[in-house]
Design a binder for this molecule. Structure first.
Ligand code: OOG
Ligand code: NI
Length: 268
């Protein structure tokens, strides 16, 4: 599969649950912008048939290479980032996984019930990245239990494997070339932005500034037919700065990422 086909399929799947991304992209295009993706991100369960190390070979086959590793202790996550080896303009990929064995026993039991439904050999090709839930709908009570300990676990239990966000490269915008202007445009249009630690995560000194919308909301039907409006996916905006060596910073920052994860919290 070609990289552009991969991202086109991911965008279709993502915008079907994230209509705000389509509208915001259209807004930028109306302003004459060329909307380029900085990166996209996925979430998954560690120690499962869709664990990070099971998914990574698919990214390698697509021409990607890992170049950074991250750990989020309080969120019980590990992550890696990937860039394309030959297509410099291909979006970077941020892949995180939940270390479920660090969660309380009741959460582990709930997650095990989902993970054990996934066939061992489920990872066969790039389609896995928009396969969503490879398990039967979770029970509402189990979802609420997960949400108390890990918003990430609750999100993953209902949304599964799919692009969690696309990220607009502010470096490629001409009308709103600063993150402050991008945020103001979105606020003026009525979008809700992630406020964790302030609207802007990072700084020019860290060579990376990021902001994001709060996830769209969709109606989800739980195991026993109850429905609840839950967070789906969000849209991110990233501005990269030049390092002293003259090159744009191209990795990720734990302190920023830790806050971006909150874009799918349900309490906002
Ligand atoms: C990933 C959050 C981290 C970034 O750009 O630092 C991230 C997630 O919410 O799954 O995307
Ligand atoms: Ni991101």
């Amino acid at each position: 599969m070609q990289v552009d086909q991969f991202f086109a399929a991911l965008w279709d799947s993502y915008t079907s649950v994230t209509p705000q991304a389509q509208r915001i992209q259209a807004l930028f295009k109306q302003h004459g912008e060329n909307v380029i993706n900085d990166h996209i991100a996925f979430r998954t369960f560690a120690n499962s048939p869709i664990a990070l190390e099971k998914l990574e070979p698919i990214l390698i086959d697509l021409g990607y290479q890992a170049y950074g590793a991250f750990r989020f202790e309080s969120k019980h996550l590990k992550a890696r980032c990937y860039k394309h080896q030959s297509q410099a303009d291909a979006p970077k990929i941020f892949l995180s996984e939940l270390l479920s064995d660090e969660l309380p026993a009741d959460c582990q039991a709930i997650i095990n019930k989902l993970v054990e439904q996934i066939p061992d050999d489920v990872v066969q090709g790039p389609e896995i990245f928009w396969s969503k839930c490879l398990w039967q709908p979770i029970a509402e009570q189990d979802y609420l239990t997960l949400a108390q300990h890990s918003e990430y676990a609750a999100w993953l239990s209902t949304m599964g494997l799919q692009a969690n966000h696309f990220t607009v490269s502010i470096n490629h915008l001409t009308q709103t070339p600063s993150i402050q202007e991008v945020n103001q445009l979105l606020l003026d249009e009525g979008y809700t932005l992630n406020q964790t630690g302030g609207l802007i995560k990072g700084s020019p000194e860290l060579y990376l500034e990021q902001s994001s919308t709060m996830a769209d909301k969709i109606e989800f039907t739980f195991a026993e037919g109850e429905t609840r409006v839950i967070p789906s996916c969000f849209y991110e905006f990233a501005l990269r700065h030049k390092q002293p060596n003259g090159e744009l910073f191209d990795s990720f920052i734990e302190g920023n990422a830790d806050k971006i994860f909150d874009s799918t919290n349900s309490a906002a």
